[in-house]
Design a protein around this ligand. Sequence first.
Ligand code: ZN
Length: 145
Amino acid sequence: MNAPLAIPCPHCSALNRVPAERLDQQPHCGRCHQPLFTGHPLALTTANFDAVAARGDLPVLVDFWATWCGPCIGFAPVFAAAAREFEPQLRLAKVDTDAQPALAQRFGIRSIPTLVLLRGGREIARQAGALNAGQLRQFVAQALH
Ligand code: ZN
């Protein structure tokens, strides 16, 4: 049996310990009892970023985007589908760079969309520009290999 994984709850930020073999069984938060994975990208803000994206054992793939950015809007369905595909091995999240300029600045985002893959809050890979589903899979596989 593997050591349990630390998974921050996207709803209440409680740090849950989930045995690896139970990850696929739709685990719920021990505190607020909501699902730890929803199959949808999580909206990150300065208020919840450190609690849910900068700690825990799962890598977090963040899509930095904005509502006026055409390529971002085009990429959104690909990213949403990837959330259903990659969870619970990976957490997918989005940062609206207009609403959250401090996060965009913290990661030095110069163009959007930009994907940043985090592990333990540290950046391990970055990709500027929209990807198709196959390219996104390849980016994640290479970054986590
Ligand atoms: Zn919770």
